[in-house]
Design a protein around this ligand. Structure first.
Ligand SMILES: [Zn+2]
Ligand SMILES: [Zn+2]
Length: 284
């Protein structure tokens, strides 16, 4: 069975629509995909309808951006199917929240006479959450400031003219949100993270993390072994995927290129069912 549990559509920053992605999965003989757009579930309905037509199983997912003590953390959610309106609206609005903060900052910079193109900031942010460092770099490009530090000291820092408070989730809040949406929470690509990932991982496990994305194109054998052993020690599931966004000069990973060991999908399904049973019991 071929699978890809990590991919992006035009609902976030992928180049294929949810429908095109599912059609592509069919052509590549991928049986199961999880649509894990950044900070939104807006692509689910289209992907699942296309999945029914093409005979591809689509697991509704998300990749939530969180800010921890050590920078940006991505938390994958699988089986994300909120039944309450408030959670659904939160999941639909997360991405917009990220974008609207950046737009507010740019509007304030414009009032200070600094014109920054939103599209340029988005490009600098790439796959990551749009943040002030990207805006600072765009400000350097237009020679409004000579350094990132100056951008923060004069414009972007707290109390400065273009400051807008950050309302990003922290990793624990991302886990809670995914659980509220009846999904399971998996730490994405720990090998890409900076800082002491094992400390953060221990905190996330204590907070109810369900799994670790062990299989990822940029993880080497040592990283796979390390994270698989942590997962085994704590009874967590392991997942994997290509993080496919469409092929571009910067993104060269092919859809479906990551092979998962036998039993991963069954373990994921069992974990989703277990979370749901606990949640529905506690909610009822
Ligand atoms: Zn990511
Ligand atoms: Zn991703």
């Amino acid at each position: 069975m071929r699978t890809d549990l990590h991919c992006h559509s035009t609902a976030s920053d992928g180049i294929h629509s949810p429908r095109q992605l599912v059609a592509l999965a069919r052509r590549r003989a991928i049986d199961v995909i999880a649509l894990t757009d950044h900070d939104t579930i807006a692509g689910h309905a289209e992907a699942q309808a296309a999945g029914r037509e093409h005979g591809v199983r689509v697991i509704p997912g998300i990749e939530c951006s969180a800010l921890g003590g050590q920078g940006e953390t991505h938390v994958l959610g699988y089986g994300v199917e909120p039944t309450d309106e408030a959670t659904r609206n939160t999941l639909l609005g997360l991405r917009e929240t990220r974008v609207s903060r950046a737009r507010k900052i740019l509007a304030r910079l414009a009032q200070s006479g600094i014109g920054i193109d939103f599209a340029r900031v988005q490009k600098l942010a790439g796959d990551g959450m749009i943040g002030r460092p990207h805006i600072a770099r765009a400000m350097m490009e237009v020679q409004a400031v000579t350094s990132i530090q100056e951008a923060f000291d004069v414009f972007l820092g707290e109390g400065k003219p273009a400051f807008v408070a950050n309302d990003a989730l922290d990793p624990a809040q991302a886990i809670d949100l995914i659980h509220r949406a009846r999904g399971v929470a998996v730490l994405a690509h720990p090998g890409l993270m900076r800082g002491n990932v094992d400390v953060l991982l221990a905190e996330m496990i204590a907070h109810g993390l369900d799994g670790i994305e062990v299989y990822y194109p940029d993880h080497d054998a040592a990283q796979r072994t390390h994270y698989a052993s942590i997962a085994a020690a704590h009874g967590l599931i392991v997942t994997g995927g290509s993080d496919y966004h469409g092929l571009t000069p910067e993104a060269v990973h092919e859809f479906g290129e990551i092979a998962l060991p036998a039993g991963c999908i069954e373990a994921l399904d069992a974990r989703i069912a277990w979370r749901r049973a606990n949640r529905d019991r506690s909610a009822g």
